[in-house]
Design a protein around this ligand. Structure first.
Ligand SMILES: Nc1ncnc2c1ncn2[C@@H]1O[C@H](COP(=O)(O)OP(=O)(O)O)[C@@H](O)[C@H]1O
Ligand SMILES: CC(C)(COP(=O)(O)O)[C@@H](O)C(=O)NCCC(=O)O
Length: 324
């Protein structure tokens, strides 16, 4: 897709609203950005995931955080200009909201956590909150009542009204907003536990369906949707076969660790042989996460401001950005 060793725009082909930079062109930008992280913090980042390559952080994620920081600064300037134009002084501008979308197991939470850490180090916006949409899934009992237990992660398995309210409250400039939480161990929403987001500069909202278009109501009209309130969005992308493999590998690793916890929903699977565990994970992928990717998640990719395309080894092969 991309021109060899650089960026591709529309020269010689149909004009496109995107610009694409291959890995070399993108990582060259990293050399122009001074890392805001200390040696200690780099060490802490390493703790986020054994497999996360620090070179990857510096070559790919650092330039993304720099670009995001430019968007945040530009939004601040526009806010001030609008305020003065309207003669309506606002006590402060609303938080900058970033959506992170993509399949189950593609690396959304890893991407979101790395961006959170990097962004928090640019002095202009130290308070970066991260919220995952899984807290807005209906509890298992409610999913069962609605016949949706086998559709966890599909758009209809979320309390979409509450999720939209959450983002609207953030963009309304409320000082404190809270969100429900989900436990992957218990495989259910945690009752009476909420994350509190207080006066953030930036909020990252990470989840499968954050770029879903608005639902069309019975009267034929489409309402509001989450991304109407996003200032920027990232879609983490990879080949479906690779994502399936990452899902199975993660399941096998969890079988060695988290599933051994008696509290785990999957504790009954801790005793599975490796072959049985692969079969189980493949079944979950083929019946739930795979169809959700094809039917609901992938169709939202072109709505993202930035697409990060990963190779089989998780290294980013190219970055595609909406033109301004
Ligand atoms: N950049 C990366 N480098 C190496 N491994 C990664 C990277 N991103 C994700 N992974 C691995 O891929 C799997 C899925 O990542 P995760 O962030 O949990 O996905 P998601 O939140 O999309 O379900 C995990 O096993 C994680 O360790
Ligand atoms: C909880 C999830 C729906 C992800 O939700 P998200 O954070 O993207 O809103 C997903 O991890 C999941 O549990 N899917 C159900 C099928 C499975 O067990 O993999």
């Amino acid at each position: 897709m991309s021109a060899a060793g650089g960026s591709s725009d529309d020269s010689g082909r149909e004009p496109s609203p995107y610009v694409e930079l291959d890995r070399d062109a993108w990582s060259a930008l990293g050399r122009e950005v001074e890392s805001p992280l200390s040696a200690d913090e780099i060490q802490r980042l390493r703790g986020l995931g054994d497999s996360l390559d620090l070179e990857e952080v510096e070559q790919v994620y650092l330039p993304i955080s720099r670009l995001l920081s430019m968007y945040v600064a530009a939004a601040g300037r526009l806010h001030r200009e609008q305020e003065s134009f309207l003669h309506q002084p606002q006590p402060r501008r609303t938080p900058f909201v970033i959506g992170v979308a993509g399949s189950v197991a593609v690396g959304k939470s890893t991407t979101a956590r790395v961006l959170q850490q990097l962004l928090a180090h640019w002095p202009e916006h130290p308070n970066v909150a991260l919220v995952t949409t899984d807290g807005f899934l209906y509890p298992n009992a409610e999913l069962e009542r609605r016949g949706l237990l086998q559709r966890k992660g599909f758009p209809e398995s979320y309390d979409r009204r509450a999720l939209l309210r959450f983002v609207v409250d953030i963009k309304s400039g409320k000082d404190e907003v809270t969100a429900p939480t989900y436990s992957h161990l218990v495989y259910d929403v945690v009752p009476d536990e909420r994350v509190v987001v207080q006066r953030p500069d930036i909020v990252i909202v990470e989840g499968l369906n954050v770029l879903q278009p608005a639902r069309v109501r019975d009267d034929g009209r489409a309402g509001l949707t989450l991304s109407d309130f996003f200032d920027f969005s990232v879609y983490v992308d990879a080949r479906t076969d690779d994502i399936r493999q990452w899902y199975v590998t993660r399941f096998l690793r969890l079988r060695e660790t988290a599933f051994r916890d008696p509290e785990s929903y999957f504790s009954k699977y801790a005793a599975l042989s490796e072959d049985e565990a692969v079969e189980m994970a493949s079944h979950l992928w083929d019946t739930i996460n795979g169809p959700n990717l094809t039917d609901n998640v992938l169709p939202t990719r072109s709505r993202a401001t930035l697409v990060l395309r990963k190779d089989r080894d998780h290294s980013v092969r190219y970055v595609r950005l909406k033109k301004l």
